[in-house]
Design a protein around this ligand. Structure first.
Ligand code: SF4
Length: 636
């Protein structure tokens, strides 16, 4: 047996050059990973996690360099690799999977071409490479592998793209696989499947894993050991279960406290955070103005009061009024299908829901369930095939260009990746000024005042107004995106995975911000997330989507305490029924959409008859044959 570690890092120092000279991003970092071992690396944004991955693969950006220490892969010093040896090492021994699959996929080539290329590099040819590609897509649980092989990346959802990237990474059977927040954008079900896949990979091969993630429970599940990074230094290391249960370092304990646990709700108060608005990117360090927590809180309260006052003065959608029974938004019978080659994918099928002032409606469901399609349709970015939208009882045009200024200002969107939504070259003042001018029609001093109020509301220092978006951390960019969305004092925000790309501390501060805005201004949220603990924390009601259909709607308390639909039970991990191999990957044409995967199917009845929506409690509606007129849980 070869005792040489798959990875050994010794006294590593990495620095980035900035306006004010070099700054150490990693300092005296040492750890090793044995062959077949899984090592987790955790820490908040800016702690240096991604820099570790970049340094190992020698992918540091042009302003970064290794200033000390040593990195060995399978006993070989990475720094000494010539260009060709480096290319070979990246091709055969090392696989890197990032959070954003778009970085790894070529948009002009089909998935089949890209995946077979990976197998060709591993020595397979022709139909053998294609067969291996097909088998690998099944292994990563991609629905309809045949269709995926002939699809281009943009025709797959983000979750599906990431599974393809993981398939490509596994194809070459690397000795070291680095996953840098690779499952962060996936929904809970797919993420669990990918983790199970990685666990089986570890049993089948001696591939070593470096698993970089802000999801501490996943690290516990997958890794043999974990290291905690704080500002480039390893402050604690050990077996995850032991380390997280008995954290010795205060930083580890503080990191753990930021996590919303599944039982926690916004009624329990704000989540703890680690220094709001002071995180910085690995590669874009900057001086975040420091402000004490109480000062920040006073500032946000003042900002929100000012926004309220402006709203009472006749601004767009004043908000803050008492909750009324009339919903702000009605979605009725929305359907949307996509054509993929000769196939049709029904992304949404007669979806209906409503949202009231001051309410958070959570939308959950696995990758491909239609969550993002729904967000795009409500945002006016994608027209539905059929169905209607109304805002405050008035018809809402399908396309955003046809909506009135007041409608656009009243309903804004916040998406997962703020860097896609913001022009990174623009200064904050420009980004916010334009939004205030357009959505609130304010000019001159009134405009400047609103910009300052918005910055205060999202807890960004006013001194940052001259900073360009690219100089901000991911969390700060998301704050800017939220501030911009609030420029016209919206009554409702459509939030599509708004915290998925953020580490636990920044996520906690953004969730607290959403709750504060809601409590003060009665803002309503259509809140899409694959993170059930986040939805549990922030949502008042929850809609469960499965393959484009609403299968269950309930108050969040009811849904999490007493899920009824078999799919919801699986999603929440609460089912006690044995898992059953699906009879088919394709939903039945005539019966229940979930019949081919259901563990408690009633057979022909479920396969041939579409279940009706049954109310089983106060506003608790479930679409399943198990629930009949007696309106009780059939498994009681
Ligand atoms: S209707 Fe039948 S197949 Fe569908 S979820 Fe209910 S029991 Fe399962």
């Amino acid at each position: 047996m070869n005792d040489t570690p798959a990875l050994r890092i010794e006294s590593l120092q990495v620095a980035y050059r900035g306006d004010e000279g070099e700054r150490l991003a990693l300092d005296d970092l040492s750890f090793s990973i044995a062959r077949g071992e899984a090592y987790g690396l955790v820490g908040e944004s800016g702690s240096g996690k991604s820099t570790v991955a970049m340094a190992i693969a020698r992918y540091l950006s042009s302003n970064g360099r290794i200033v000390g220490g040593r990195i060995e892969i399978a006993g070989r010093d990475v720094a000494k690799f010539e260009r060709r040896a480096l290319r070979e090492m990246r091709k055969r021994e090392l696989s890197l999977v990032y959070q954003d699959p778009a970085r790894a996929l070529n948009p002009t080539l089909t998935i089949g071409r890209q995946l077979t290329e990976s197998f060709e590099l591993a020595g397979l040819r022709g139909t053998r490479a294609l067969d291996a590609a097909r088998a690998m897509l099944r292994r990563v649980k991609l629905p309809s592998p045949e269709r995926a092989l002939s699809s281009f990346p943009h025709q797959l959802s983000g979750g599906m793209q990431q599974r393809v990237v993981i398939a490509m990474a596994l194809a070459k059977e690397p000795s070291l696989l680095i996953l840098d927040e690779a499952t962060t954008g996936l929904d809970a079900t797919v993420e669990a499947e990918i983790i199970a896949l990685l666990q089986s990979l570890r049993r089948e091969s001696d591939t070593a894993l470096l698993f970089i993630s802000h999801k501490l429970p996943l690290v516990t599940q997958l890794c043999d050991r974990v290291g905690v990074l704080e500002r480039g230094r390893l402050v604690e290391e050990g077996a995850p279960a032991q380390l997280f249960a008995h954290a010795e370092h205060p930083y580890t304990a503080a990191l753990l406290a930021c996590l919303p646990t599944l039982g926690r709700t916004k009624r329990d108060g704000p989540l703890p955070t680690l220094g709001d608005a002071q995180a910085y990117d690995d590669e874009q360090a900057h001086d975040a103005d420091e402000r004490g927590g109480s000062d920040a809180l006073r500032a946000v309260e003042a900002g929100l009061r000012a926004m309220e006052a402006a709203g009472r003065g006749g601004g767009i959608g004043g908000g803050g009024g008492p909750r009324t029974n009339a919903p702000i938004l009605n979605v009725t019978g929305i359907s949307k299908a996509y054509r993929i080659g000769t196939d049709t994918l029904q992304a949404l099928d007669r979806v209906s829901l409503d949202i009231h002032a001051g309410e958070t409606l959570g939308i959950v469901g696995e990758s491909g369930s239609g969550k993002t399609t729904l967000a795009k349709i409500v945002s006016g970015l994608l027209p539905a095939d059929s169905g209607t939208l109304t805002l405050d009882g008035k018809p809402l045009p399908a396309r955003v260009e046809r909506r009135s200024r007041a409608q656009i200002a009243a309903m804004q969107s916040v998406f997962q990746n703020p860097h896609n939504a913001l022009n990174r070259a623009h200064r904050l003042h420009t980004l916010l000024g334009r939004a205030v001018g357009k959505l609130a029609r304010l000019r001159g001093r009134a405009r400047e005042q609103r910009i300052h109020e918005l910055l205060d509301a999202v807890k960004l220092p006013r001194a940052r107004l001259s900073a360009r978006a690219r100089e901000l951390s991911g969390g700060q960019q998301q704050r800017v995106a939220i501030a911009r969305a609030c420029a016209g004092q919206p009554r409702m925000l459509i939030c599509d995975e708004p915290t998925s790309a953020l580490d636990v501390s920044v996520q906690a501060s953004i969730l607290n911000l959403f709750v504060e805005l809601q409590q003060t201004r009665q803002v309503a949220y259509l809140f899409i997330s694959h993170d059930l603990a986040v939805v549990r924390y922030i949502a008042d009601r929850v809609v469960v989507l499965y393959r484009g259909q609403v299968v269950e709607t309930a108050r969040a308390d009811d849904l999490f305490a007493r899920p009824c639909h078999p799919y919801t039970e699986t999603l929440l991990g609460t089912t006690s029924a044995p898992r059953r191999t699906p009879t088919s990957d394709t939903p039945t044409q005539h019966g229940c959409i979930y019949a081919s995967h259901c563990t408690v199917s009633l057979g022909l009845q479920c396969e041939q008859r579409v279940p009706a929506d049954i109310e089983v409690g106060d506003g608790h509606i479930v679409r399943c044959h198990l629930f009949g007129p007696r309106q009780a849980h059939p498994r009681d």
